[in-house]
Design a protein around this ligand. Structure first.
Ligand code: PLP
Length: 490
């Protein structure tokens, strides 16, 4: 493709994306695709001869787009959102065009240094402690800093590997245990499986799940009991992964109190393990000064992660991870073959982010943050969050005022967990209600099991970039109508 041909095809692709943004609302949020439909529409073998861009565009429009779940649809209220924005899309284009691999400082100085600056900007944006600022040295001689990981799952795994590294110095590695809550994201257990602490999701010999309150936050009495049981087995805690904003119900662990409990239970009065704070979704709300409390746990955490790709207008993928002990991460992950050696790394004069992550190669993701933060400014980012919170509150009030529904816990930021009331031993109408709501094609909601009783609970999350109040109001009408139809049928 010549540069001129690229220009033409590029403009056409931008037109396609623009049209998608304009029309996505008219499409069903979730497709009616059956397993294998897309495979059947694709040739079994690759083309021998070049194909035209017309043909490629036609297939994009006819095979791919109609068979997608439209995460950018304004009626997307499921899971947690996956924010796109025009500035972030432009940054993705720039990053793809430049296509550098920032594995080492020397393989693209600007990629590394922009990332360092963006992580320091974001640390200010979220009001994180100074210990997380790049190269800040604390009184133990540990250096802070941040890095962009692909996902929160990777951040948790990296934290666990660093925790194991710290623990190796201290104890017999076979006695180390990971503690988290029974509402923590599954990626915490997956990290334990990858790091060799668990043979499978149900292996709890070295992973302990602390019971939670009905809102999904960790029960501190249960934590104290869990710690006692671990000590009684002559084991020690390598890492505790706390959550600010559990995936099911948005529960926020009282992480400073978690740290106190750990310290008090340790013979020296100071627990030496690693405290990770998973604030993948809720942490974003801390761009608003009135929601800084969500990240109170950062004061006592060794690492924190937040996903701008969920709720901060930054296209997937972009997880921000900070630590106050980058040395532990680097010791856990650094290996330097001759072919990667260079003057600046040897002189210890630069950050090589390859040492802070699992893969070697890395995308230029800092550009997205740079474009997004500059385009919206902090005020724009705060306005984005505040709208969603206001609409979620409106939604929660409607559900509360309607006798047929109950909230299973108080609204957490943009997440409202509700269900149709029913006797515990009676048929549960909620799965059918959710199905009927989603069949409308106008909205998409997802579900969870309530921490208190395990019962089916519907989740409604505001956060999609394109959502406006009218979509939230429209969703509530659809939900009410679906509940009425179900009652009539029943
Ligand atoms: N942690 C929490 C609290 C989450 O809600 C999620 C996903 O929703 C994750 C971690 C996993 O995020 P990622 O897809 O970035 O690994």
């Amino acid at each position: 493709m010549t540069p001129d041909e690229f220009k033409q095809a590029g403009y056409r692709m931008v037109d396609t994306i623009t049209e998608y943004m304009r029309t996505v609302e008219s499409m069903p949020v979730t497709p009616k695709t059956k397993p294998g439909d897309v495979l059947d529409a694709l040739p079994i073998s690759p083309p021998e001869n070049p194909e035209s861009w017309d043909a490629i565009h036609t297939d994009l429009d006819s095979i791919i787009t109609p068979n997608l779940t439209h995460w950018q649809h304004p009626g997307f209220f499921a899971y947690f959102s996956c924010n796109a924005s025009a500035p972030a899309i432009l940054a993705e284009i720039a990053a793809a065009g430049l296509n550098v691999n920032g594995m080492l400082w020397s393989t693209s100085p600007a990629a590394t240094e922009l990332e360092t600056r963006m992580l320091d900007w974001c640390a200010q944006l979220f009001d994180l402690p100074k210990a997380f600022i790049s190269n800040h040295q604390n009184n133990l001689g540990r250096r802070g800093g941040g890095v962009i990981q692909s996902t929160a799952s990777e951040a948790t795994l990296v934290a666990l590997l660093a925790a194991q590294e710290r623990h190796r110095d201290l104890n017999n590695p076979q006695t180390g245990v990971l503690v988290t809550s029974d509402q923590a994201h599954s990626s915490v257990i997956k990290a334990a499986m990858i790091a060799g602490l668990a043979q499978g999701p149900d292996d709890q010999s070295r992973v302990r799940l602390v019971r939670t309150h009905p809102d999904g936050s960790m029960n501190l009495d249960e934590l104290a009991r869990t710690i006692d049981a671990i000590h009684a087995e002559n084991k020690s805690i390598i890492m505790l992964s706390a959550t600010a904003g559990t995936t099911g119900t948005g529960g926020i662990d009282d992480t400073p109190a978690v740290r106190d409990t750990l310290d008090r239970a340790h013979e020296t009065g100071h627990w030496p393990g690693w405290l990770h704070l998973d604030a993948a979704w809720a942490g974003v709300a801390a761009v608003c000064p009135e929601h800084r409390g969500v990240l109170a746990g950062a004061r006592v955490a060794d690492s924190v992660c937040i996903n701008p790709h969920k709720w901060l207008l930054t296209n997937f993928d972009c997880d921000l991870m900070w630590t106050r002990d980058s040395g532990a991460i680097i010791r856990a992950l650094s290996i330097t073959p001759e072919y990667l050696r260079n003057k600046q790394s040897d002189a210890n004069a630069v950050i090589d982010y390859r040492d802070w992550q699992i893969p070697l190669g890395r995308r230029f993701r800092a550009l997205k943050l740079w474009f997004v933060i500059r385009h919206y400014g902090l005020q724009g980012l705060r306005a984005h969050i505040r709208c969603h919170l206001e609409w979620a509150e409106w939604f929660a009030q409607q559900a509360q005022a309607d006798d047929r529904f109950e909230l299973i816990c108080p609204r957490s930021l943009g997440l409202v967990c509700f269900r149709l009331k029913h006797a515990p031993d009676a048929h549960d109408p909620n799965p059918a209600l959710l199905e009927s709501i989603n069949q409308s094609g106008k909205v998409f909601l997802s579900h969870t099991a309530a921490p208190k009783d395990g019962r089916f609970t519907i989740r409604f999350v505001t956060g999609a970039t394109a959502t406006e109040f009218k979509h939230v109001a429209g969703a509530w009408s659809i939900i009410k109508d679906a509940a009425s139809s179900l009652a009539n049928l029943g």
